[in-house]
Ligand binder design. Sequence first.
Ligand code: GDP
Length: 325
Amino acid sequence: MTADLPARIAAGDRRALARGITLVESTLAADRVAAEDLITALLPRTGGALRVGVSGPPGVGKSTFIESFGLHLVAGGRRLAVLAVDPSSRISGGSILGDKTRMSALAQHPSAYIRPTPAGDQLGGVARHTREAILLCEAAGFDMVLVETVGVGQSETAVVDMTDFLVLLAQPGGGDDLQGIKRGIVELADLVLVTKSDGELAAAAGRAAADHQSALHLLHGPEAAPVLLVSGLTGAGIAEAAAALDALQAKAAASGRLAGKRAGQAISWLRSELVQQVVEWLAQDPALAAGLAAAERAVAAGRALPSAAARRLVREGLRMGGDSR
Ligand code: GDP
């Protein structure tokens, strides 16, 4: 890390921001230390953005919506960063990042910043560097950070742990089967947007919205997430969606719920880092790494109880006085 990187990021220099995000994505041990120093230096400048997860299955209209929504926000003087996370691409082979034409008008706007996040080996790694990228975007002065994920179930849960609100996109023609609700995902949403509410699809979109709204009312009563109709193509409902998010933010900020949620997220981030770092610490020492591998085989074969094996490994590590870096 060059010495002036924090100052350049704080000044809103996009190339510096890109370098900072590359640093947090790096898996090299030396880069990890530099990334932590960088974010620590910028920490007082973080926390100022509304953090919003945007999720939905492939083809639902995420990129079309984000482009339209983002252009609406920047026209109103807001500064928007979009982090596109794709933990599923390794499995499916398809990537939300592959298509260079995605959000091209928004990408060129001086008040917007779009950053694809490469798929990590594990959701934990993606979650760590996305959380850190959010902080860097805040330090660079963005007042809204959208974290886009493909709806594969796991990714919504990860995104809920790092954002203030989850916006779920659903499409018309899903019928009344309410797939999302069956998977328990719609329950996580703070706002549901039914996309493609235009032309021939408008009537079906209206029916899908009514279905979702009544199902959510059954689950959550008057506190149910609002369901709105949008079209990324015509721009219909986009201003209303932005207003709905602002209303959610105002309400959660006034009640103290937003601050409480962020504090809880920071604590669970700490705990997941602890777990990850204990595993890394064990893996660094050849004898302990062999012990870990043996314990993994034993629990996989049903010969050992995971909690007992973990306790033994931690005790062994402490006894050997292993030093984590
Ligand atoms: P993503 O995979 O969720 O990012 O979806 P895309 O934004 O790439 O859109 C998938 C397909 O749906 C494309 O063919 C779009 O043209 C179409 N689409 C997206 N938004 C709308 C919309 O608001 N109205 C209509 N009619 N089609 C849309």
